[in-house]
Write a protein that binds this ligand. Structure first.
Ligand SMILES: [Zn+2]
Length: 412
């Protein structure tokens, strides 16, 4: 779409202008002073055709934001991962060393701060680090499992990342560590579109590894979808054992799909996650957002608290058990918890084409939270409505989790 007046802070038909990026980074800095670390979940490069970009331009875009993050948060460890748009051409992350892995490692290695991870990053763009409080961060390049990555689609284990993940999680268990898994493209299905991002084989393998090691994984924080949502991994006994949180994006850009379908609008978002330093237990999410239309009208961007997850949903914390209880409470499209979930799925975007989630949409959304694999998700969608119930930082501290997208220099 051609936007002649995108607004000072951008537009829902465009990626983030530099001004929005800058005011997001400085805005979140003022939210809380003592934050342990930040997760930055990729897609720094805009959602445009690869013909408008190049390897050099992609490198420059990632470098610009990295420098801004370093100058704003000089002492904070930031654990960054690639998004599918960060490679050139987009999506096609290779399972071997290349210029983009090399250039990015040079600017991110001071955050990773562990030379034992050089080989992993240079080979596949993944790494693991232990935070100061002893929580293990496992940062994946899950873009290699994306259905659009033609460089990896026929491989069993691109860049040996699955074997590495399995061994890192096994060692974490041996060492009594707790793990936060972070990355960009998530396993499971985006809903209500009901689209699986990963190939069926990669999705299945990823789920198997997560379930095998569920006792050490305290949470997964991913991006890619721009909307605020979550998924649960259930074990064979039907117990929710791992939560996967999808952070809403900073970019206001709404997906425009090849078939003409357009995803609902959303506001820029960034979140603080409260956790227990000793156990890694995930306690709460404070979701912040900026009302983009108001910011453009007032020529001033304000970051406001949207919700505390525990208050909004009446849950004790954000552990898999509590997030499973929340899913069980969401029994219909008119249920108040479900309506709150749908409102924040859009990061409270107050526009006329706000996402109307009817019964069919409700079914897809709740099936997507509960079922990450192809077979059970398909069964859930085709189940008769009578079975909907089936579908249906201590010194606590906090860390930032956010999906950052794009400085498009056209708007400089
Ligand atoms: Zn993405």
């Amino acid at each position: 779409m051609n936007i002649s007046q995108p607004g000072l802070f951008g537009n829902q038909w465009c990626d983030a202008p530099w001004r929005l990026v800058q005011e997001t980074i400085t805005g979140i800095q003022s939210l809380k002073s003592d934050v342990d670390f930040m997760l930055w979940t990729g897609d720094t490069v805009p959602h445009v055709d690869s013909g408008h970009l190049s390897t050099d331009l992609n490198k420059e875009l990632v470098r610009n934001i990295t420098e801004l993050m370093k100058s704003t948060f000089p002492t904070m460890p930031i654990y960054a991962t690639f998004g599918n748009h960060d490679y050139h051409p987009k999506h096609v992350f290779p399972p071997y060393n290349n210029e983009i892995y090399n250039a990015t490692y040079l600017i991110w290695k001071s955050w990773i701060n562990d030379t034992s991870q050089d080989a992993n990053f240079l080979k596949g763009g993944y790494y693991t680090v232990l935070t100061a409080s002893g929580i293990r961060i496992v940062a994946m390049n899950s873009n290699m499992y994306y259905v659009k990555d033609t460089a990896t689609v026929n491989l069993e284990d691109p860049a040996d990342q699955f074997a590495w993940l399995d061994s890192v999680l096994t060692n974490a268990s041996t060492n009594n560590e707790k793990v936060i898994l972070t990355g960009h493209v998530p396993p499971g299905f985006t809903t209500p579109r009901a689209v699986r991002w990963m190939t069926e084989a990669f999705n299945k393998k990823f789920i198997e590894i997560v379930l095998r090691h569920s006792s050490v994984i305290v949470a997964m924080h991913f991006g890619h979808e721009h909307h605020d949502s979550y998924r649960l991994f259930y074990n064979q006994e039907g117990t929710a054992v791992v939560s996967l949180f999808l952070a809403p994006s900073v970019t206001p850009w709404r997906f425009q799909l090849a078939d003409g379908e357009i995803e609902p609008p959303h506001n820029p978002g960034a979140r603080l996650v409260k956790y227990d330093r000793q156990t890694g237990k995930q306690l709460d999410i404070q979701q912040y957002y900026a009302d983009l239309n108001k910011a453009n009208a007032d020529k001033k961007l304000i970051w406001s608290l949207g919700y505390n997850a525990t208050d909004l949903y009446g849950i004790q914390d954000i552990t898999p058990k509590s997030m499973g209880n929340l899913l069980d409470k969401m029994t219909s499209a008119t249920n108040k918890d479900f309506k709150a979930y749908v409102n924040w799925y859009n990061t409270n975007a107050n526009t006329s084409d706000k996402f109307p989630c009817d019964d069919a949409c409700f079914k897809k959304m709740t099936c997507g939270v509960r079922h990450l694999d192809e077979d059970s998700f398909s069964k859930c969608l085709t189940a008769v409505s009578g079975s909907v119930s089936l579908l249906t930082f201590s010194v606590y501290s906090v860390f930032y989790a956010m999906l950052f997208v794009a400085i498009y220099k056209l708007f400089n």
